[in-house]
Design a protein around this ligand. Structure first.
Ligand code: SAH
Length: 256
């Protein structure tokens, strides 16, 4: 068989945190044009499908297999859209696609692959709170599926010592029930007991829930798989509002 021209296209997109209004118009357009939509079943289910579109929903742990499947379909000339939640490059499918390309057949390097940005959970959470990411910050995934736990604790301690605002993605799951509590213990060794800790669950969805409590009282039981946990820096401040609500912000200026 002679080689077919590579006319397919692979888009890797983030659908945003949940509210369809927080999906970029660019992503909505590309999803609508795709012949094949691939992703973790929960995310694929968020995409309205037409009868002429194929849906390939898979289990969350099959990232590389899913990436290879997407690349094969693009190679066959299809318009493939790989979907993640939030931003596709933040603890999500874009890296899996490039890992599959790097370790796959040479022809995949000639494929037309484009990553489109999306609103990551930490930006949706920050906007709800006020402006907690107004100065230096970092994001850490607490999942030890793909990295050893001692690397996570090492980075957590260094991030706390460097006084970043810290966003914890994947804080807890059925298979990882104790890690968030252990993470708080490390943070308590370094940071002030009054540091604000935000538990932001299902932000921008119907069951959104946000709780702020000081690090000394932070209760890991508040988190589930849909929660982003954000921990303030020493500069992060609360502004009390009537009725007990508050804004959180981190000033533009920092001191050492
Ligand atoms: N690519 C995604 C992150 C995938 S990891 C992004 O950029 O947002 C999955 C984790 O993201 C969840 O465990 C949770 O920590 C966070 N997350 C995703 N959607 C969220 C939402 N609507 N509200 C709060 N946290 C969310």
């Amino acid at each position: 068989m002679t080689g077919k021209p590579l006319t397919g296209k692979l888009h890797v997109v983030g659908l945003g945190p949940g509210d369809p209004m927080l999906m970029t118009p660019q992503v909505a357009e590309i999803v609508a044009q795709a012949s094949d939509i691939i992703g973790y079943q929960t995310y694929v289910a968020r995409v309205p499908l037409r009868a002429d579109q194929n849906r390939h929903a898979s289990d969350n742990r099959e990232e590389i297999a899913r990436a290879r499947n997407a690349l094969e379909l693009a190679q066959q000339g299809r318009r493939v859209c790989v979907v993640s939640s939030g931003d596709a490059g933040v603890f999500a499918m874009a890296s899996a696609i490039f890992e599959a390309i790097e370790t796959g057949p040479d022809e995949w390097r000639a494929l037309d692959v484009e990553v489109l940005p999306g609103i990551s959970a930490m930006f949706a959470v920050a906007a709800r709170l006020g402006a907690p990411l107004g100065h230096d910050f970092c994001a850490i995934s607490l999942s030890d599926n793909l990295k050893p736990w001692d690397l996570i604790t090492h980075r957590l301690r260094k991030a706390a010592e460097a006084d970043f605002v810290i966003s914890l993605y994947n804080p807890i799951s059925k298979a990882r029930p104790w890690q968030l509590g252990a993470a708080f213990d490390i943070l308590r060794e370094v940071k002030s007991p009054e540091t604000p800790v935000v538990f932001a669950t299902a932000v921008s969805r119907a069951d959104e829930n946000i709780v702020i409590e000081p690090l000394k009282d932070a209760d890991p039981e508040r988190a589930d798989m849909r929660t982003l946990v954000m921990i303030g820096s020493s500069a992060t401040r609360a502004i009390e509002r009537p009725g007990g609500a508050q804004w959180l912000y981190t000033p533009r200026r920092a001191e050492r």
